[in-house]
Structures are given as C-alpha cells and as structure tokens.
Design a protein around this ligand. Structure first.
Ligand SMILES: Cc1ncc(C[n+]2csc(CCOP(=O)(O)OP(=O)(O)O)c2C)c(N)n1
Ligand SMILES: CC(=O)[C@@H](O)[C@H](O)COP(=O)(O)O
Ligand SMILES: [Mg+2]
Length: 635
C-alpha cells in the first residue's frame, strides 16, 4: 500500500526518488496520515494542507544540517514521517509515545521545539545567526502559518531579520485559516486576491483600455507592461515584506510539488532574508476537512464502528462558560468577550453570534488581547478575556502592568487549566495559580464543578477589580445547574465534610477527587474534613486554619505546579498564623514537565486522583512521605 513511503527512513531516502515520484508519494503520505490520525486523534486539517510543502522542503534542503523550524508544529506530521518516525507515528500524542509537536529530544531533524505559536522566525533567525557566526553554510528555514504570523513575536522577528540581513528563509504557509477563519488586516493583506484571477482580469481590462487609445495607445500599453512589475509589487503582499527587508517570492501554489521544487531550488541560491509565500488549502485531499477546516483542525480518535454508542457526556466547562456568558450578556450590554484566535476552543462562538459587536477575535495575540481588554475596562465596560491557561503565559506582563497595577476590572477566564492530556507539556495549564497568585490586586479562583463555574463567572464580572477563574479541559460532572448564576462571597470557601483526623483542602478540579478520597479513607477508619477552598487568593484563612487547628494535619490538593501554587498559599497561612504543630503535605504537579497522556492517566501518575490522594493521606498520617513514585523526567 505504501510502496514509496515504505522506502523512506529519512530525507536521504526521499532524495533518491525521482521528482516525478513525489506526487504519488504525497498521496501515500496523505493516506498514511488519515489512517493514523483516525486512530490517535490529533491535528488533521493543518497537516493535510502541508503534505506537498513538507516533501518539497525535505527534497530541496538537507535536514538536519539545514534547519527546518515549524511554527506551532501542529502541522509537522509529514515532516516527522519523512524524518525517521514513520514507524513510530502511530504513537504520536499517545502516552509515552512521540510528541504531536516538534521536539529536540525526539529527533535531530527537530532543531527547535514548538507548541505555542509565532516562535519559528525568532528561532530560525537565532539558528541562522549562530550558523553565520560559526562560518557554516547551513540554511535556516522557518515555516509559519498565516494565523501564527498574527502573533507579535513573528513581527518582532521579521523586523530584526530584515535588519540583520542574515540568510534566513521564511516560508509563509497561507491557507487563510487560523483555527477558525484568520482575522486581521495583515491576514487580508497577505492573502489579497490581486495575484489571482482578480489581478489577471484587471490587467486584461487595462490592456484593452490602453490599446484602444488612438495613435499613442500602443506606446502607453508598452509602458504599462513595463510598469506592471511595480504595479504587481505594489498591489501584492510583497510590498509589506520587501519593506521589512525581505526578498519576496510568490505567491506560489503549495500543492504543486514541481513548481515548488523549482522555486525552492532558486531560493536556495539567494542570500539574505527571503520570504516564500505559499498558498495552500487547509484540509487538502479530504473533502470534509477542506469544507470545514475549523472543525477538522483538531480531531478526536475515531471510535471503531463496532463500539457501543458513547452515552452523551455532560456539558464541558467550556460550554457552560460560553452559555453563561451569553445569559449574562443578555442582561448587561457592558459585558464584552475577547479571544485570541480561539472562539470555538474557548466557547465564545455563541456569544459572538448573539452579540457580534461585543465580541473581539484579536488573532493569535494574547498580549494585545489583555491590554485591549484593559483599555475597554477603563471606559466602564466589563471585558471577559477567554484564553487557555498556557497561552495566557504569553501575557503575564500585561496582567501585571496593564490590569493589576491599574486595578482594572478585567475577567481572565483561563480555560484548559491543569492537565490537558494529549497535547502534552507545551499545553498543560500547569502554572496559572502560581504565576497569578503573587500579583497584588488580583483575585484568583477555581470552581469545583460546572455549576460553581457559572457562579464564579458572575462573581468575576461584577467584582469590579482584576480577577481570574480557571477551569479544566473536558466535561463537567453533570451536576444539577442552578437556574441562574449568582454571586459568591469573595474569599470564602466551603466546608463539605467535617472529620477529626485530617483536613483535605482542595481547589477546582481536585475537590471531587478529594471528596472521593475522604470516602475511601473513611472505609479505613480515617475521618477527613474536606474543604473546597474556591479561592487561591484571597484564601479563606479562617475556615482552613480552624480545620487545621482541629485536626493538626492538612493535605492540600491542586492540579497546578506545587511551586508557588495553592498548597504554598496554605503553607504560608499556617506558618504566618504560627501554627507550628500543624503538619502540611501538598499534592500537585511536581517541579517537572509532564508528558502527554490521557488526563486520567496523568492524574493517576501524579497522585491527584482519588486513589492517589487517599494513599498519600494514609501514608502522611502514618508519618511516611508521599505514597507516589517520582514522575519520569522529561528530557
Ligand atoms: C501562543 C499560542 N496561542 C494560541 C495557540 C493555539 N493555536 C494552535 S494552531 C493555531 C492556529 C494556527 O494557524 P496557522 O498558523 O495559520 O496554521 P494552520 O493551522 O492554518 O496551518 C492556534 C491559534 C497556540 N498554539 N499558541
Ligand atoms: C495546536 C494548538 O495549540 C491547538 O490546536 C490546541 O491543540 C487546541 O487544544 P484543544 O484541543 O484543547 O482545544
Ligand atoms: Mg493558516
């Protein structure tokens, strides 16, 4: 079935093929991709769109000597398949399998890791400058999508690259899509149709018009033809990139391998910064993905036809967030919603449809998103910025400098907080409770379930000061939802169970597992109190310290880094209160990066599931340390 692909164990094998064999190879790669992603899940449409481009790049350049850096890297499956990972590709994004993104530790053909967008040009430039400093002749190629080009870092890198004039090739993969339709002035400019049929029709009309002018028409037409290049240069994306010091090449057809080979062979011989503009179709080769590239950006593993129909899952935290925001938005037109290129992922699409004038997709621009929100808040609006926890790390200074320092009422809705699963270490929302709780003026909270999420969202929007709430990827518990969201008392937790032997203090996604652990412990004659802390800051010290004083033994649980996280806040409270007799044990994410795997598997590995919590409590009570082995270290 994969007669050509089976011969390729690296780029050197690829180069042994005749150029004419590359198109049938692309067909095989496409089938291989579909077959495997159907089993593992993953990023489909983006990868289908760059099969030919990936083959052309590896046919023309010499990886690993030449450095091919993929932006985000979610579209690097063909790159991986061609660089010695064909036979391990079935493990991509799986527990202990290969990563779904480029990873230096995985292959010499991955010169730079990725997962977060807009880093490839900076990294590619760094590699290029290093190569020049070493007197090398390797080429550095950054492959960036039109969506990722809307990230500020990309523009910062273009700016420096154009200035330095080092040998750097930027391949712009323009499919006019981010996850959803790409947005922004830059996107429409770089994909303008002046280079397509519209330009050709315009040219034909102009020629007819000029030729029709008596006597002098012929001369003017001759002049116009000579001026055409500058007209085309003026009207096409080249203008922008050439103004930044790049040689602009394109746009070229990104599914025509032969023409790409011709262009890339020429580009190889050019010096200085070059931008090759490649037009591709996201989802190419699979009609449903071509028609709905947003829906097929990320796909779950397909259930075998024989599998019993899955019972309907409870609404996800994301859905509850989105629906609650619409409900609150109906009553208050000061509520505005902001996303950084992820309307679907953050659940804001219903709000966008209902209130289009109060919804803003800023592109992959988290820093801008938060300062834009701060500007809106200055004028009395109630902006809600919905950004994944991990991507909010991009905008830490904006939270401090623009929101907290100015005490502005911006709501940070951090989705995908905690362990996200198959996307692995680049995407786990492992740090937000740590990187936010030390900022003055900011309230930090996390709901125990989807019903408490709706109440926390209302609490946040009407809090009138900087505030963040974080919630996990995936379904809620299917708990009964109160009819309307109601405000909570800020800084107040709740005592769920009272016990005498130890106090379990949990927050967010670890509250229900803590309750379950308490039941397990009760079977063993150990009676634990369970506190739903609700707030990392301000912590409900009265409640927690009262329970700590009663039992003398506290175990905290969080789906966040232990370093500076929620447990640290409890430790500080106990120490500040001088309660030297109270023993505290913290359960959470140790000082390591956590690899990919299912959320359930990773929670079990970390001991933040019910069984792990119960085991640690029992061991702690009996004076031992944690009952859980250390995590494998991510190399
Ligand atoms: C900093 C950051 N924000 C958001 C994301 C989520 N994300 C992953 S891919 C993507 C869209 C990328 O669009 P583009 O670069 O055009 O690639 P395509 O999928 O079209 O090939 C987004 C928003 C991310 N990976 N990193
Ligand atoms: C590559 C990328 O960053 C996004 O596609 C991300 O994988 C989406 O994550 P969710 O599947 O949790 O929305
Ligand atoms: Mg794109």
């Amino acid at each position: 079935m994969y007669t050509l692909l089976s011969k390729i164990n690296g780029p050197d094998d690829l180069k042994k093929l005749d150029a004419e064999e590359l198109t049938p190879l692309a067909d095989e790669v496409r089938s291989f991709l579909m077959e495997n992603v159907a089993k593992t899940g993953g990023h489909l449409a983006s990868n289908l769109g760059v099969v030919e481009l990936s083959i052309a790049l590896h046919y023309c350049f010499n990886s690993p000597k030449d450095k091919i850096v993929w932006d985000v890297g979610h579209q690097a499956y063909t790159h991986k398949i061609l660089t010695g990972r064909r036979d391990s590709f079935h493990t991509q994004r799986c527990y202990k399998g290969i990563s779904g993104f480029p990873k230096r530790s995985e292959s010499p053909h991955d010169p730079f890791g990725a997962g977060h967008s807009s880093t490839s040009i900076s990294a590619g430039l760094g590699l290029a400058v290093a190569n020049a400093l070493k007197g090398g002749d390797a080429r550095s190629i950054a492959v960036i999508g039109d969506g990722s080009l809307t990230g500020g870092m990309a523009l910062e890198a273009l700016n420096q690259a154009g200035h330095l004039k080092k040998n750097l090739i930027v391949v712009l993969n323009d499919n006019e899509m981010s996850i959803s339709k790409n947005v922004g002035a830059l996107s429409s400019f770089i994909s303008r149709k002046m280079t397509g049929t519209y330009y050709r029709n315009l040219k034909k009309e102009m020629e007819g018009l000029l030729a029709g002018i008596p006597a002098i028409g012929g001369n003017i037409l001759h002049f116009a033809k000579k001026a055409e290049n500058s007209l085309k240069g003026f009207l096409t994306p080249g203008t922008l990139f050439e103004a930044l010091g790049f040689e602009y090449v394109g746009p070229i057809a990104g599914h025509d391998i032969q023409s790409m080979l011709a262009v890339l062979e020429n580009v190889k011989r050019l010096e200085g910064p070059i931008l090759v503009h490649v037009m591709t179709k996201k989802g190419k080769g699979y009609a449903p993905a071509e028609d709905m590239p947003d829906k097929f950006h990320g796909v779950a593993p397909m259930k075998p036809a024989s599998a019993a129909p899955a019972k309907p899952a409870p609404p996800s935290y994301t859905q509850v967030f989105g629906d609650t925001l619409v409900k609150l938005g109906e009553k208050d037109d000061k509520i505005l919603a902001i996303t950084a290129a992820m309307p679907d992922g953050t659940g804001l699409t219903p709000f966008a449809k209902r209130f289009p004038e109060r919804f803003f997709d800023v592109g992959i621009a988290e820093q801008h998103a938060l300062t834009f929100a701060a500007g809106l808040a200055v004028e009395g609006f109630r902006p809600v910025a919905a950004i994944y926890s991990t991507f909010t790390q991009r905008a830490y200074d904006q939270v401090f400098h623009d929101i907290c320092l100015q005490k502005l009422p911006v709501t940070l809705a951090l989705d995908r907080a905690g362990l996200v699963g198959d996307d692995g270490p680049t995407h786990h929302g492992a740090f937000d409770m740590s990187y936010l709780r030390h900022l003055p003026e900011l309230t930090v909270m996390a709901p125990k379930d989807e019903n408490e999420l709706q109440h926390m969202l209302k609490t946040a929007i009407y809090h009138g000061r900087p505030i963040s709430l974080r919630y996990p990827r995936g379904a809620g518990y299917g708990v009964a939802m109160d009819k309307d969201p109601k405000g909570l008392e800020v800084g107040k937790g709740e005592l769920l169970v009272e016990g005498s032997d130890l106090t379990l203090v949990a927050i967010g996604s670890t509250v229900y597992p803590a309750l379950e652990a308490a039941s397990m412990l009760k079977q063993k004659g150990i009676f634990a109190s369970v506190v739903n802390a609700r707030f990392v800051k301000p912590l409900d010290r009265d409640l927690i310290l009262a329970q700590a004083g009663r039992t003398g033994c506290v175990v905290t649980v969080e789906e966040n880094a232990l370093m500076g996280g929620f447990g640290s806040a409890v430790l500080e409270a106990v120490a500040d209160a001088g309660m030297t007799a109270v023993r505290v044990k913290r359960i959470g994410i140790p000082d390591k990066f956590i690899e990919q795997g299912s959320q359930a598997q990773l929670r079990a590995d970390l001991g933040i599931d019910a069984a792990g919590i119960a085991a640690t409590c029992q061991a702690f009570l009996q004076g031992a340390g944690s009952a859980h082995p250390q995590l494998t270290v991510v190399k």
